[in-house]
Design a protein around this ligand. Structure first.
Ligand SMILES: NC(=O)C1=CN([C@@H]2O[C@H](COP(=O)(O)OP(=O)(O)OC[C@H]3O[C@@H](n4cnc5c(N)ncnc54)[C@H](O)[C@@H]3O)[C@@H](O)[C@H]2O)C=CC1
Ligand SMILES: O=C(O)C(=O)Cc1ccc(O)cc1
Length: 303
């Protein structure tokens, strides 16, 4: 691939940033990928692993050197990093395009406006790769993490269209499919499909771990328990941040689920076999349909 830009900078070199760096280096989207962070060890490790070409702990330097800045820090930290970057871009002749990979978009949209005196900065493109795992850190990064996965961009009316195209091209270079959505729709959809399942997995494992019979429970658990709870091994800081940043949409999703669970509880309590059968049948049809979509996308055999 002909190089699209000279330098991409990853701010926060963990699973998501490291995987993006690896993919961009493998495809030749840019001449070099540099890392920026608040601590040296993960950046030095990234250099040792060949994930990045260089790194710096100096935010002004990374802004001067990069054509694209990709914020890949935990969700709440991303808002702070953004607030540090945006004022530094004002008045620059060649400001880099800024984008992010955080799991919630509404809080970053607000943070960007606040950092720019109430108007949204045209060169900041909100993004979110829908790919990852329960693992964290640069050691877990993979060049093929985004291949055949979706990346959601949530461009807004104020965005510069060239900036959106550049960010889109960057993700396309990783093998991802790029789709666009509105900010609020993104946060509602992700609350239902990602944030709620993580909260449920954490709640189930925590509830069982605290029960008197927890040892026997975990010793006797089968594949279904393993499949349902894998994501409870995810990073607690990352998920605390997501739950805080997407509070309203997550509460809506929890309430919808609780109502549904309440109805199912009633069916179990009253021995309503038809009610239970109807729920399980509808859910099976929906899950089977989802499995078909995953298989078509080449994601059928993944975790
Ligand atoms: N893990 C996943 O499956 C997915 C995560 N995301 C989002 O991507 C972002 C990154 O997640 P991961 O890569 O999994 O986390 P991670 O923990 O593997 O990496 C985060 C990196 O940010 C760095 N960092 C922390 N504070 C910083 C600061 N103040 N300045 C600069 N760097 C800082 C950490 O040192 C670490 O290297 C999060 O916002 C997360 O919500 C999005 C899609 C999937
Ligand atoms: O581990 C899994 O299956 C995930 O669900 C990964 C994931 C975590 C956070 C996101 O914002 C998007 C994807």
């Amino acid at each position: 691939m002909a190089e699209r830009v000279d330098t991409v900078a990853i701010l926060g070199l963990g699973l998501i940033g490291g995987s993006l760096a690896r993919a961009l280096r493998a495809t030749g989207f840019c001449r070099q990928v540099i890392g920026y962070g608040h601590r040296e060890p993960s950046l030095r490790r990234g250099l040792e692993l060949g994930v990045i070409d260089d790194f710096t702990l100096d935010l002004d330097k990374v802004i001067r050197r990069a054509d694209i800045l990709v914020i890949c820090t935990p969700t709440l930290v991303a808002a702070d990093v953004l607030a540090s970057i945006l004022p530094r871009l004002q008045g620059l002749a060649q400001a880099p395009v800024v984008t992010d990979a955080a799991s919630v978009k509404g809080n970053l949209y607000q943070a960007a406006r606040e950092a720019c005196g109430g108007s949204f900065p045209p060169g900041f493109v909100l993004g979110h790769p829908i790919a990852g795992s329960e693992r964290s850190g640069v050691d877990a990064s993979r060049a093929d993490l985004y291949k055949n996965h979706r990346v959601i961009l949530t461009p807004v009316a104020e965005n510069d269209s060239d900036a959106v195209t550049l960010v889109r091209d960057m993700w396309l270079a990783t093998g991802a499919e790029v789709v666009a959505m509105e900010v609020a729709q993104h946060d509602a959809v992700l609350a239902a499909t990602s944030h709620l399942p993580h909260v449920l997995a954490y709640a189930l494992v925590d509830a069982l771990a605290q029960s008197d019979a927890s040892e026997e429970i975990f010793r006797c658990a089968a594949g279904g328990f393993r499949d349902f709870t894998r994501i409870a091994s995810s990073d607690p800081v990352m998920w605390r941040d997501i739950a805080i940043a997407n509070k309203t949409a997550l509460l809506d999703a929890i309430d919808l689920f609780s109502e549904h669970l309440g109805r199912l509880r009633e069916a179990v309590a009253t021995g309503d076999a038809d009610g239970m059968h109807a729920t399980f049948t509808r859910a099976k049809a929906a899950r089977d349909e989802f499995a078909t979509i995953l298989a078509e996308r080449g994601q059928g055999k993944q975790d």
